[in-house]
Design a binder for this molecule. Structure first.
Ligand code: BTN
Length: 253
């Protein structure tokens, strides 16, 4: 084991054996006043949640299933930036610890060789256009073997163990994620979104690729992903040269 090199992130950690979803547990703690950087970890989730109402497969002992309490001071419209920041943090931690070159698919799926190794779910509690707190949910497939995946996921998912061809120490990975989160949150507080956007673009597998985007409003957009705008929206340029911001939803590469 190694020391956790942070001031606030992970200084309080609740470790659960089995839970429905660490998102719910972290939300309850945040409601009770838990400070920024409070973490909930579980060995297994019985109903892990993914983005867009999907389920998140969270088998016992094989992954990092973690939720972090964030207390942003920015107004409501800035939460997409926190989603991107969290993706950068997890991507950097994975690269640092395993040497495997994970890339980010907008907004924050982490892919290795085209398969998803990690997903991020950022949920916010708001009141009068104000953010009361956010919960950054991070799922990382760490030590799953190929035959641990249910059939519908075998083509889509991969694990760090499969890609790095060795067991990965979950405790070290968690420490690395928390260190990256704290550093990036500090950078963000001091210098704003611009440096985060640059890091995100450098790790992204989406930029300069042709994408089909479905916005949250169900509108289909086709074109080339050209970058992030200052709010954290993905900018897609159509064949007609029109630039469209994609704020939510999913893309196909
Ligand atoms: C996605 O890619 O759709 C996001 C997946 C987020 C999964 C994590 S695992 C820890 C936390 N608890 C949950 O129920 N979901 C998030």
């Amino acid at each position: 084991a190694r020391a956790l090199n942070t001031e606030s992130f992970g200084q309080r950690i609740v470790i659960l054996d089995s839970t429905v979803s660490t998102q719910q547990d972290a939300m309850r703690l945040a409601e009770e006043g838990a400070p920024e950087g409070t973490v909930v970890l579980a060995e297994e989730q019985t109903a892990g949640r993914g983005r867009l109402g999907r389920k998140w497969f969270s088998p016992r002992g094989k992954g990092v299933w973690m939720s972090i309490v964030l207390r942003p001071t920015q107004p409501l419209g800035f939460t997409p930036q926190l989603t991107l920041l969290t993706g950068v943090a997890v991507c950097r931690a994975i690269r640092r610890l395993t040497g495997v070159e994970a890339g980010i698919k907008w907004p924050n799926d982490l892919l290795i060789h085209g398969r998803k190794v990690s997903g991020i779910l950022l949920e916010s509690a708001t009141e009068d256009q104000r953010v009361r707190y956010c919960i950054a949910g991070i799922g990382i497939d760490v030590n799953l073997n190929t035959d641990d995946y249910p059939e519908e996921l075998t083509q889509l998912g991969t694990s760090l163990k499969i890609e790095a061809e060795r067991e990965i120490d979950r405790t070290e990975l968690i420490a690395a994620v928390l260190e990256e989160m704290e550093q990036l949150c500090r950078l963000y507080a001091e210098q704003g979104f611009q440096p985060i956007a640059m890091l995100w673009e450098a790790l992204s597998v989406t930029i300069n690729r042709s994408v089909r985007a479905h916005t949250g409003q169900g509108i289909a957009v086709e074109g080339t992903a050209v970058g992030l705008d200052p709010s954290g929206a993905l900018v897609v340029e159509t064949d007609q040269g029109e630039r469209i911001q994609v704020i939510s939803g999913d893309i196909q590469l």
